[in-house]
Design a protein around this ligand. Structure first.
Ligand code: GDP
Ligand code: IMO
Ligand code: MG
Length: 435
């Protein structure tokens, strides 16, 4: 049986999911993005060449892989074709892509509303990527969304746009914004529909067939569990669920179909956008991590906030999403830092807490309690085996396993595909180190 492996981000996003998906894609036959939209930014480095993907699954560089954008996604056709064109300009043209007819379309009014809501929220702004993600999922829930399949049917699309603008235009007027013209939208989005036609399919039927045929399937998470609409640091979250639990719903497959969950974890923590972040710190060490790790957003270019690794976050991720193994990323960035800290629990009002409180004032009041570890000075970017890591780096990885309760299956010592060490290959049943 081919395994069905989910790659999830266990922190606040940008853990290196793109790199791990591209790496594991070499072992898979199908790569699926199941949620989110072009708020995601997944960087992949192949032979020194860097690519940034936002909507397209990270299996795109392998021409044999069937890439799938599933029903749980929200897709902006403008962004989709920009990405396809940019990839083509760099020679990536030969790929297989399928888009769910049930995925929702990010429409131009969603971008306007995303920006306007952020402005109106003032100090309580979420710090979104302003890609229209929240308003697109809002319209999905409000049953006034446009789905990808609608773009192929002029009658349905006309009805869907009318149903939406009946609500969106009065809202825009209240905010002194220009209303949208139904005819113009209909014309423009039918054109997008024609361009998308070769890709559009019932991806649930395809994936169920692929499961029955025993194919190896990789599900590429976007965002991270702490940004989950249900289990993240609400309201400072995204509008979908990046957990492994959400994958079956977002793809139209059975929950039992998932065999493995790889929790992609940065060796420290970063966050972009607003919201409490207990282990955040800003000093020479955090600035060094930001520069060495190039911690600037792939999507928005914003400087990422930096913090120590937080085992409370990892335990929370394990609880709400599950993880059969961790992939520890950007370990090389920590070389040269004399002392490393991992948060083991919080103190809130003087009481020990080892879970993420639902109340954001309580979370903002959480004081991290650290266990400290000696660092290492060696450059580890060419290390190919666990045993070749400096002893203190080995100790740091073992501490992550102990504190999170999840075994490490991979670690990464640089952005390139080749800078990846596998302790247990998720698509195999046997354990081994190296390829
Ligand atoms: P994603 O959103 O989870 O796919 O992560 P991003 O691509 O937004 O951010 C991760 C960044 O770290 C990218 O710039 C990657 O190229 C880079 N990266 C991934 N793994 C490593 C690693 O092990 N070491 C270093 N130095 N960089 C890495
Ligand atoms: P990847 O897949 C990091 C954050 C935004 C903001 C919040 C809501 O690259 O890990 P949204 O535009 O989704 O409504 O913004 O979520 N956010 C991310 N942060 N990585 C991401 O994706 C993110 N996608 C959204 O910064 O705080
Ligand atoms: Mg990213």
């Amino acid at each position: 049986m081919g395994k069905r492996v989910v790659v999830v981000g266990t922190q606040w996003g940008d853990e290196g999911k793109g790199k791990i998906t591209d790496y594991l894609a070499g072992k898979a036959e199908v790569v699926v993005r199941s949620q989110g939209g072009n708020n995601a930014g997944h960087s992949i480095t192949i032979d020194g060449e860097r690519f940034a993907l936002h909507l397209i699954p990270s299996g795109i560089f392998n021409p044999n892989i069937q890439n799938v954008m599933a029903n749980g996604m929200v897709i902006d056709p403008v962004s989709l074709f920009k990405e396809i064109d940019q990839l083509a300009a760099r020679g990536v043209k030969n790929f297989k892509l399928m888009i769910s007819d049930r995925a929702h379309v990010v429409m131009p009014y969603h971008l306007i509303l995303d920006g306007a809501f952020e402005t109106l929220k003032g100090d309580a702004a979420v710090g979104t990527t302003k890609k229209g993600i929240g308003p697109a999922y809002t319209d999905k829930s409000a049953r006034i969304g446009v789905r990808v399949g609608d773009l192929l049917d002029p009658v349905v699309l006309s009805d869907r746009i009318a149903a939406n603008l009946a609500i969106t235009n009065p809202l825009l007027k209240l905010m002194n914004k220009e209303p949208f013209d139904a005819e113009t939208l209909l014309r423009d989005y039918l054109v997008f529909g024609e361009r998308m036609r070769p890709f559009i399919a019932d991806t649930s039927v395809y994936l169920n067939d692929a499961i029955e045929e025993g194919r190896k399937i990789l599900f590429e998470g976007a965002q991270g569990i702490m940004l989950c609409l249900d289990h993240g640091t609400y309201p400072y979250v995204t509008s979908s669920s990046p957990t492994a639990a959400a994958v079956p719903l977002n793809c139209g497959i059975a929950p039992m179909a998932i065999t493995d969950v790889v929790g992609v974890t940065k060796a420290y923590t970063t966050r972009v956008g607003g919201g409490a972040f207990p282990t955040e710190f800003e000093d020479d060490t955090s600035r060094r991590i930001r520069e060495v790790g190039h911690e600037y957003g792939t999507t928005t270019g914003r400087a990422r906030r930096i913090g120590w690794l937080d085992a409370v976050v990892l335990k929370h991720s394990r609880r709400v999403s599950g993880a059969t193994g961790l992939a520890i990323m950007l370990l090389d960035v920590l070389s040269g830092i004399p002392t490393l800290n991992i948060c083991t629990h919080y103190l809130i009002d003087g009481k020990r807490v080892d879970y993420i409180p639902g109340n954001y004032r309580a979370f903002a009041a959480a004081v991290p309690v650290y266990e400290s570890f000696p660092g290492w000075t060696e450059d580890i970017s060419t290390v190919g085996r666990f045993a070749d890591l400096p002893i203190n780096a080995q100790g740091y990885l073992r501490a992550i396993e102990r504190l999170s309760g999840v075994p490490i299956v991979m670690f990464s010592v640089g952005p390139d595909r080749t800078q990846t060490v596998t302790l247990k290959q998720p698509f195999n049943d046997s354990d081994y180190e190296e390829e």
